[in-house]
Ligand binder design. Structure first.
Ligand code: NAP
Length: 459
């Protein structure tokens, strides 16, 4: 069995099975066996089952949220927010199941018709991370099931309890064995079983770029489709004409979400000269007012990091920046509470050569960089192997559109710190991955396009 530990106090909150390779293979078999039946089901019937699952989970969202606080460390209000977000995918794709439209194309000859069918890609697999134990699962499985695919999921062993609870509610809703399977155990072994099984036609992975590349290489063997949602190094750019208070509030909310352990977390904060010092002070003042604590209360608090490796990484990045001359405006060290809590930290006086400028921090750290011109900040923002999201605050409409075009990322968020909802195409470019989740673009990742020529028509 695998113990699941509460990062806030180290207590064991549950355990999940460590599946053997034979058991994982049997679950893959079930996923494959269910595919022909599930893919031929009426789209409305698939949508109705998703809708029933949505209703059952929604009715019990408090229980899901409390479980998530315990296994992940995020606070209750954030857990409830994640559940709303994650439920949005089940609701959206329950409706979208009926809208997987094909096409007709004007024929090249008088006696023909050209049709385009959209067909479910096949049995699929997914591997999800620990930072959003609920939403990461719903946004993959709801899309797959709506498209007519079956799916087997390996959640992170750090936060698998929420996943198994989702599975339990799916069964109650009538989503049967095979259509939705879940396994836990050795990640490398399970990953290899997923990628080497030629019956699995698509894998969706959210996690680190390093593991994403391993899986993508393995999927190359039989040319499986893939969606890869990988790491980020998001620039957050504030021009001196920005709505100042909105920019501060947007930044603080975006950065402290999940204690900074989010792929779209602002990782490099660029502030234009004229407002730089005032901005740094305002961010530090706002952040200083937020409590650091375990999260079983309604108030927003900054929770612990997920594990010691995560804490050590954040602490090392801040230490190195300090030694290279960064100014610590707030925090700058593990929190006095001890354990896995890191003090919310504001750093200024940074430069692009520091390791913190090129590394995904995954902690409550605000590294603030000064910039002078638009061209300069675009060049610096793009100077990263990642390309997931960029935030821009400006009131100049021309500039907003120029940056939307010139920044190399899958998503650009203007004058807001909030990115996600079920109706938008979420995803990145460069080493942040490929493919999109959410919206009608998301379902395209789970279908194959089939061209049909109907000739010999007597017209
Ligand atoms: P990770 O180490 O890559 O783990 C992600 C998942 O892969 C977990 O389920 C993990 O299992 C599994 N895994 C680990 N080694 C594996 C292997 N050799 N083969 C197959 N699966 C393997 O990433 P993480 O540290 O959990 O998550 C943080 C990363 O995810 C960050 O880089 C973050 O930016 C990225 N992320 C991206 C998005 C996005 O949408 N772009 C969203 C959230 C997070 P275990 O946990 O059981 O070891």
């Amino acid at each position: 069995m695998i113990n699941v530990v509460n990062p806030a106090d180290g207590s064991v909150v549950g355990e999940v099975p460590e599946w053997s390779p034979a058991e994982v293979t049997a679950a893959i078999d079930r996923t494959c066996k269910a595919f022909p039946w599930w893919s031929r089901k009426l789209a409305k019937e698939r949508g109705d089952l998703l809708r029933r699952w949505f209703e059952l989970v929604k009715a019990d969202k408090q229980a899901f949220a409390e479980l998530m606080v315990k296994e992940n460390g995020k606070c209750l209000s954030e857990a409830l927010g994640e559940i709303e977000y994650g439920l949005g995918f089940i609701e959206w794709f329950a409706e979208e199941a009926r809208r997987v439209y094909g096409d007709t194309i004007p024929a090249h000859a008088g006696n023909a018709e050209i049709l385009v069918f959209k067909e479910p890609a096949g049995p699929t697999a997914a591997i999800t991370p620990w930072n959003f134990p609920f939403m990461m699962i719903t946004r993959k499985i709801a899309t797959a099931l709506a498209a007519g695919c079956t799916m087997i999921i390996k959640p992170s062993e750090l936060t698998p309890l929420t996943g198994y609870k989702l599975l339990e509610y799916a069964r109650r809703a009538g989503i049967p064995e095979g259509v939705f399977e879940m396994v836990t155990g050795n990640p490398q072994e399970i990953g290899a079983l997923f990628t080497s099984d030629t019956r699995i036609r698509k894998i969706s992975f959210t996690g680190s770029t390093a593991i994403g590349k391993v899986l993508a290489s393995a999927c190359g063997n039989d040319l499986k489709k893939m969606t890869l949602e990988l790491g980020g190094n998001a620039p957050f750019i504030v021009f001196d004409d920005a709505g100042f208070d909105d920019a501060v509030a947007g930044l603080v909310a975006a950065k402290l979400r999940n204690s900074g352990q989010v792929c779209i977390s602002p990782n490099r904060i660029y502030v234009q000269d004229a407002i730089h010092d005032r901005f740094v002070a305002a961010v530090a003042e706002k952040v200083a007012m937020i409590r650091v604590d375990q999260g079983l209360q309604q108030e927003f608090v900054v929770g612990p990091l997920i594990n010691q490796v995560g804490l050590d990484k954040v602490a090392a990045l801040v230490e190195e920046a300090k030694q290279s001359g960064a100014e610590v405006v707030l925090g700058g060290k593990p929190h006095a509470k001890g354990g896995l809590f890191y003090a919310p930290t504001v750093l200024a006086g940074l430069n692009d050569d520091m390791r913190i400028a090129h590394t995904e921090i995954f902690g409550p750290v605000f590294p603030i960089y000064r910039f002078h011109t638009e061209d300069e900040v675009v060049r610096r923002a793009n100077n990263t192997e990642y390309g997931l999201v960029a935030y821009v605050f400006t009131r100049d409409l021309g500039r907003a559109f120029r940056l939307s075009r010139n920044i190399e990322s899958g998503m650009v968020i203007l004058n807001s710190g909030s990115v996600g909802t079920a109706s938008v195409p979420f995803g990145g470019v460069k080493h942040s991955g490929y493919g999109r989740e959410g919206s009608y673009y998301g379902i395209e990742e789970y279908v194959e396009v089939k061209y049909v020529l109907m000739g010999g028509l007597d017209r």
